[in-house]
Design a binder for this molecule. Sequence first.
Ligand SMILES: Nc1ncnc2c1ncn2[C@@H]1O[C@H](COP(=O)(O)OP(=O)(O)OP(=O)(O)O)[C@@H](O)[C@H]1O
Ligand SMILES: [Mg+2]
Length: 370
Amino acid sequence: MDRANFGCGWSDLDGNIVFANKALCHLLGAPQDDVVGTNMKDYYPAEVRDQLVDIILPEVLEKGEWEGELEIVSIKGPVNYCIQKIFLVMEDDKPKYFANAITDITEHKKYEDLLHTDKLTSLGTLVAGVAHEINNANTFVKLGGPGIGKVWKSICPIVKKHCEENDIKKIGNLETSNMENYVGKLISGIEEGADRIQALVTELKNFARKEKPDFRKFVDVNDVVQAAVLLVGSKIKRATYNFSEDYAEDVPHIRGSRQQIEQVVVNLLVNSCEAMEDPKKNLMVATEFDEKNHRVLIKVTDEGGGIPPEILDHITDSFFTTKVETGGTGLGLAISSRIVSDHGGELLFDSQLNKGTIATMSLPVEKSNE
Ligand SMILES: Nc1ncnc2c1ncn2[C@@H]1O[C@H](COP(=O)(O)OP(=O)(O)OP(=O)(O)O)[C@@H](O)[C@H]1O
Ligand SMILES: [Mg+2]
């Protein structure tokens, strides 16, 4: 066992180690004599330990074995990524020990991470190129859909009349009685699909863009927010009767990209509009100057449905959306948070379910500019 190049250990059912081979001791960072008698659970990070105790070990007791990837912390500090195969060892028909075969894949993982970063960079380039081509191809669909719609409107009565006169009940698989409605739906499906492709491609292109904001330019935040409000105006009107704007007078100009900051404010406003469930509730946008911390704050506050706490950590992940049915891409906040961090700022969300959400974009101000 000591010659094995993978870790191998046995523990009693409480996790107390009764045997550990050399490779395992190396992984745990202590000599064999010190390892035996310690508890295996102490070598796992806290959240992994909970998973081990609550889920994995009960499964081993029930099914006899478990295999998967778990992290192990050496007492010298480093975390090792390991594939582990845990077996139940029986004695006199009773469960007696857990045996664990452990393969360290930390180096492999580092290499995989590197590959991943590299892949992401090429993915950005690929997306930017392909997005353009998809948009070109989609132009045909975008033009074709309404075109066919118009033609269908004119020929439908003729086809219907012809079918009635000649008692034709079906054309292909299509019931002629339901033809007008059905074909109409197919055509509007094509139009909606094409719009969705266009929106997605535009978002992808924005996302793939690598350019950084131009920090030579000064931006008047109040001005930018007002422009964003104008852009989203009709959506705001549909979402609420109670929209208000509150612009602080003393807001210093910040350095960055006006267009990008506007894009973030638009995304935040659109999200808030989409979260509104009752038009009598309030939606507000405000700017503030936090003099003490040298920051300009843009706050979008809505009294909409709020963000469930379990998804709060994921809302800025790419493609995370709860709006699949209504065509959300889940890129709005992913792009926004990248823009904000490119500006050295932060995007924070304070939300209460069924009460509403405050989204705060906090951007740094140069001291000389205050
Ligand atoms: N003000 C808000 N109130 C409630 N939920 C919100 C709010 N802002 C964001 N969310 C949640 O965060 C998710 C991600 O938002 P994000 O803007 O990134 O994507 P999206 O709005 O779903 O789609 P799109 O890419 O079209 O903007 C939303 O699907 C929604 O669940
Ligand atoms: Mg959005």
